[in-house]
Ligand binder design. Sequence first.
Ligand code: AP5
Length: 208
Amino acid sequence: MSSIVLFGPPGAGKGTQAERITDQTGLPQISTGDMLRAAVKAGTETGSLAKTYMDAGQLVPDEVIIDLIKERITHPDAKDGVMFDGFPRTIPQAEALATITEVSHVIAIEVPDERIVERICGRYSCAGCGSVFHDTFNPVAAEGCDCGEWQEKRRADDNEGTVMSRLNAYHEQTSPLAEWYESAGIFHRIDGDRAIDDITGDILAALQ
Ligand code: AP5
């Protein structure tokens, strides 16, 4: 079993690309952000703990995240590998991942900080299927999402107040992982400040 990691700052386009790569590779997407939001919505103990950190734009403690991943990776759909979206984000998470599954490619979607705020503050998604859109860069069609269950949803942490904290967490705790994976020879840098289709093409090429 061999897995892929989608790596990058908040709003880089990891979720947008994950949806497309899943269609092409069949690998299931495992997004720790989505799992945490589901736990918050379900009102679980993990959810209420995570919410404090998420609302502040800080990383949720490693042990919470690692437990979530260890459980998720046991599901039958994960047996042939998965695509991690937003995990790992710290060295301890990467160390734990190395004991759980083999990682064949780390795809780093690179976007300058000054583009991140406009991306995050204009984001919305379909509550029906989870597809991600943007007010300016990637608007939903006039008739709504093609899943047929269109309902606009915006994230509680998508505001200018938390973006800077999330970016700081990325630079301080997550970006050091680039060196970790570069030395393993599996790190691919992709310019994420371009058209969505062009980025998808480069990611698929890197995966071959
Ligand atoms: P999470 O949900 O993972 O958020 P994030 O990493 O901050 O990433 P985002 O989902 O915000 O962005 P994205 O890269 O997926 O971009 P998207 O495709 O949506 O985490 C949320 C919180 O949970 C964290 O802050 C933390 O508290 C906690 N957490 C999660 N995982 C954790 C972990 N492993 N450890 C500890 N804590 C954890 O795109 C953004 C927007 O841009 C969209 O509107 C999209 O339409 C648009 N867009 C995409 N591509 C382009 C393009 N090429 N050009 C123009 N617009 C584009």
